[in-house]
Structures are given as C-alpha cells and as structure tokens.
Design a protein around this ligand. Structure first.
Ligand SMILES: [Zn+2]
Length: 636
C-alpha cells in the first residue's frame, strides 16, 4: 500500500500528508510494483526503474560511468534525494509565496491560487489548535436605556464633576510612607470631601468604608446581596478605579497645552489634565452611574462594589492590597463574580471595523540583581578583566540574547489578532498569515516594527536600569552590580525568566573562574563569585488569563455590544499592572477596560493627558448599563 494514499491526504491535510509521505519516500516505484514479492528490502531501496524494466542499483553502480548511459545515470540517483530536496524546499517556497510583498507582485489569478492552497491547510492534524476570536454574545440591554449624552444639562454637570476631580492633584510618589504616618497623603481627605459634594446620594445612601484611611469601598447593596442573604448571597460585581495620579514632572509643565491640573474643557470637547484618563474618568464614571441609579430608585439584585485605592501608581502596597484583603474576608476566596478595572483595553477602530477589546491578562514582572565580586588590589597591577569588565560582558550577553518578539499560543495577543483577521478588513494574505502558525514569526516581526508598544506586547522585555561599581580610580573594584527589570510575557513565568538569565550569565562566570551563586545557591562564597538575586518584592507572575466565554464574558461583552453596536468583542493584554494584581484570589473573571473609544483618550502617564467629553459620557453609560445588566444574570 502506498503510504500517502489519497484518503489520508484528505483526512490529514497538506502538511499532515507531507509528513506521512516522508516515511514512504525511500520506497521506489519499482519496489511498490513488486510489493510483497521482494525479500531484500535493503537492496530494493536502490532498485530503479527504466522504461518497463527494473534494475537493482548495485548492478548499475558497478558499471563505470562510461558504461552507464546518461539516462541510467540520472535514474540511478536514489529517489530519496529528490524528496529530500522537496522536503526542505517546500516550506521555504510556501513561506516565500505567502509573503505579502512577493505575492503582491504576482498577477491576481496567481494570488488567488496561492490563497486557495494556503486556505486548505489543516493544522489540526499536527496538533496545533489555532485560537479563534471569541464567540460573540448578543447585545445585552436589561431595564431602562439611559443616554446621558442626549441630555445637555446632564452633560454639563458630568463635565463639571470630572473637571473638578482633576483640579485636586492626587499625585503619589514612591517615597511616601503610609497614610497613617505621612501627611502628604492628606490630599485625599480633600478629594473625599469633593466626591461627597459631587455625589451626595452615593455618600448618603450607600455603605461607604475607608480602608487604610483613604481607600474607598462603596457597596451598593443588592436584594440578594451579602447583607440580605449572608453566605447564600449572589457573588458581587466589583468595579475598580484608583484615586491617585502619576506626578507631573515640573519641567514638563510648559509642554502641556493646558495646565495639568486645570481640568479645562476646550472648544473641541477635550477635557485636559493629569488623571483625566488614568483613572478619574473611570472613577467619576462609576460614581456617576451609582448616583443616576440611586436617583432612579434602582436596587440591584447582587452587591455592586466600588473599590478605589489611593496608591495604585506606587504599587498598591499601602492601600490596594488591604482593600483586596477586606473583600476576600467579606466574600471569600473566589467569592466575587467579576472585576472590571482600568486598562489598555477599550474601543478601537481598526481594520475597517470597531472592536471592544478587553484586557484579559497582565504581564508579570521581576527585577534581578547581578553582582560580581573579584579580588581587589592596586590599579597598577590589574587583571585583564576587573569586576566591572566581567559585569559588562554579562550585561552585553544578556542584551544580545534577549527574548525575541513572537506570537505564542495562549497569549491574548493571538486572540486579539484572530479577531482582527476574522472580522476586520485586511489583505487576504496578512489575514492568512495571522491564521497560519508557521507564518507567525513573520507576523510578529511585522508587528514588532509598528511601534515599541506593539513590540513590548510580544515578548519578555529587559531593561538594565541600575549599575554600581568601584570606589576609587587607583583601586580595583572588588564589587560591581547591575539591576535589570523584566516585564514577563503573558505565557511565561518568573522562574523561566530567571532560568533564561542564568543560562546566559553562568557560562561567563565560569569562564572567568567565578563561582555562580544563583538565588543563594552559593551564598557562603564571598570571593570570586557572581551572584544573581531577585530584588525584594519585585516578582509578579503574569496574571492568570481570563476566559472569553461563559456568563461573565456574555455580560461584559454583551454590554459593550449594546453601547457600541456592531463592535466585535475580543481579548487583549496589558503591558503594565493594575490594582487587580492583588485580587487574583477574588475571582478568575478580571477584565481591564476603558469604556471609551481609544482615539478619544490620550496622554497616559505623560504630558497632555486628556479625555474627550464624549468618551466620559460613554464611560458613565457603560457602567450604568453594566449594573443594570446584572439583573437576571445567570451567574452565582
Ligand atoms: Zn491607572
């Protein structure tokens, strides 16, 4: 039986058959003709066919080249060679032909033919499961449909409230102590007074707690919530938004189009100021939704909780972590139905289509310290390489072998691209490349060239940020150290990052006769040692990846599809971290999302931060509708 029989071709697809056939390549046509009768398989491998006759190749090879006619010489080459060449050439030709640039040069009929061939590829036979864009839930619209943008009086009030919030500078700095010991946190007391004035019903009617003095935990109690049913309550929905903002660099104030704490609204509808988008738009949006729902007399079914820290921009260890603990004590591990926080997700108009992208993952992080200790001495009698020189070689090697941008199975970036490919308008060949894993390296290359943000989303980034070494010009440095910050790719881990760095650094240490102390493995060695250690409190695993299916996805994606009709909901990833990194115990359903079109927000963490008033109104409407949509939501 011919191993690559037609039926298996159909079943396995082109590449599957490709591999199946390689197993049968050594069998010549003659051998197949005599299937069953040949008792000398080793000789049969070299049997060739000329016209109607078969010749054992050992006879042919015993002839001199003059005795062998050219036709026989040609035919006597083992058939395997032809197939071997094909085996190597086919993928190259395929990759070459699939390149958009090459195909663009070909006539349309040839392009179509190549597309037809590539679309027939079936990777399931290779065990490669290509992720798809998530199933699209129906738009969800429970209860009244409130349109704040259509009420001019409300619109003016909403703008005023956000502008007022921006005018209170709630900057936080890394050297702050705790809210109980550092008076610099007291600016949040003034901010709370402002919020109480702007949202009187919220602060009068709802349960307001202030964990760690300036945290805000505001519970909109449900009829089937914790207070009503105790342990039998429905799991709450937690909406997160922090109160603090990143500092404005005093040297950059002149570069702002409007003063950073002016909260000014310009004629084009932009509302300017630090915190406009990160993250007072969200905080004020949630409070505005609460205020409106209270005004309408709405009582939710389950508890809806606003969780607001005052230290997100400085790590969350003074406030956010305690708020998360309070929620865990109250609702239990995995006791929350859904968390929505700020994020890089939002409404994007790309590839001729509107997408609602929810960040379902966050990169991890770790900072490693690399220290080289070698004998000191007088500079007049130096070794060939001092501690600083050896450290420099290590840093150089780390940078030369950094993780490369790639599309990895399991990364939310893959899901995001599948959504663009399935629903967007793009060149058929780029679309096919996104849907064909063996072409992902070229897709990743293309994406990495777009901009630094796109590149950073595709790999573990590495930045050598600190270096110390030496004390005096005439003394050899006994010690030199560098600290390197890593932002870990979604599908990787802290340990994989450490292993990668160790594998690069250890051979260099050995080459220079140093003991390699990996995370304290040789901590007793004090001389001639290279140490790799983790900077305290710097290690965070990448966040667990939130699913894009099931009731939680249906609720959040369905709400977005109602607010932005026609939008395709999909996953994306966050390069930075949010307060949700303290909340993994609460739920596996964490989405990071700015409820606004991304072209209506700008200046995250930099000059000219601004949000368009339409974006702020869409944020208010989104939170209002999300809360309304929890009515009758089939989720315990
Ligand atoms: Zn933020």
């Amino acid at each position: 039986m011919y191993r690559g029989q037609p039926s298996s071709f159909r079943r396995s697809g082109f590449l599957g058959t490709f591999f199946l056939q390689t197993r049968s390549w050594p069998r010549t046509r003659c051998e197949r003709r005599r299937e069953g009768s040949d008792t000398r398989p080793s000789l049969a491998r070299h049997t060739i066919r000329l016209g109607a006759h078969c010749y054992p190749s050992y006879r042919l090879s015993s002839m001199t080249s003059k005795q062998t006619p050219p036709a026989i010489r040609k035919a006597s080459r083992p058939a395997t060679r032809k197939w071997t060449v094909l085996a190597f050439a086919a993928p190259l030709v395929y990759a070459f032909c699939s390149s958009e640039r090459v195909l663009g040069l070909l006539p349309q009929p040839v392009q179509s033919l190549v597309q037809d061939v590539t679309s027939s590829l079936d990777f399931s036979s290779l065990g490669v499961e290509i992720p798809r864009c998530p199933a699209q839930p129906d738009a969800r619209n429970v209860g009244p449909d409130w349109m704040p943008a259509e009420d001019p009086a409300y619109k003016a009030r909403a703008i005023d409230r956000l502008s007022g919030a921006i005018q209170i500078p709630t900057e936080t700095f890394d050297d702050y102590g705790t809210p109980f010991t550092d008076a610099r946190f007291d600016k949040f007391a003034a901010f709370h007074v402002y919020l109480e004035t702007a949202f009187p019903r919220v602060f009068r009617v709802l349960r307001v707690e202030k964990p760690q003095k300036y945290g805000l935990l505001i519970t909109y109690a449900g009829t089937r919530g914790r207070a009503a049913l105790g342990a039998a309550a429905l799991k709450p929905v937690v909406l997160m938004a922090h109160q603090d903002v990143v500092p404005v660099d005093p040297d950059s104030i002149g570069d702002w189009e409007q003063p950073p704490f002016s909260g000014k609204v310009d004629a084009a509808g932009w509302l300017w100021g630090r915190g406009a988008i990160d993250c007072k738009n969200t905080l004020i949006g949630i409070l505005a939704a609460f205020e409106q729902l209270l005004e309408e007399g709405f009582v939710p079914e389950r508890d809806i909780v606003l969780s607001s820290s005052f230290d997100e921009e400085i790590g969350g260890t003074r406030g956010a972590i305690y708020i998360a603990r309070t929620l865990e004590e109250r609702y239990g591990r995995d006791g929350v139905a859904l968390i929505v926080d700020e994020g890089f997700g939002g409404i994007v108009d790309v590839f001729g289509r509107r997408f609602a992208m929810f960040a379902v993952a966050e990169k991890g992080a770790v900072s490693l310290r690399l220290e080289v200790n070698s004998p000191g001495g007088h500079s007049s009698v130096p070794p060939k390489h001092t501690s600083i020189g050896i450290l420099a070689k290590m840093i150089s090697a780390l940078e030369d072998h950094a993780d490369r941008p790639a599309l990895r199975l399991g990364s939310p970036k893959v899901g995001e691209l599948q959504c663009y490919a399935e629903h967007g308008e793009m060149g058929a060949l780029f679309k096919r490349s996104i849907q064909t894993p063996i072409l992902w390296p070229s897709v990743a290359k293309k994406l990495a060239k777009l901009d630094k943000l796109s590149e950073a989303s595709l790999h573990t980034t590495q930045a050598v940020d600190l270096i110390h070494g030496g004390v005096k010009l005439n003394a050899l440095p006994e010690s030199a150290s560098a600290s390197i910050n890593y932002r870990i790719e979604y599908t990787s881990s802290v340990s994989a990052t450490i292993e990668h760095a160790s594998a690069i650094v250890e051979p260099i240490a050995k080459r220079f006769g140093l003991v390699f102390d990996k995370l304290g493995s040789h901590s007793h060695v004090t001389q001639s040692v290279a140490r790799l250690s983790i900077v305290d409190h710097s290690a965070y695993e990448p966040a667990p990846i939130t699913k894009t299916e099931g009731p939680t996805w249906d609720l959040i994606a369905g709400t977005a599809k109602h607010i932005w009709p026609g939008a395709i909901a999909g996953p994306t990833g966050m390069m930075a971290n949010t307060d949700t990194k303290h909340s993994w115990n609460l739920t596996s359903n964490i989405y990071r999302f700015v409820p606004a079109t991304i072209h209506q927000v700008k200046g995250f963490h930099t000059i000219n931060e601004a949000v368009h008033v339409d974006a702020h109104l869409s944020s208010i409407r989104f939170f209002y509708k999300l809360i309304r949509n929890t009515e009758g939501w089939p989720m315990w």
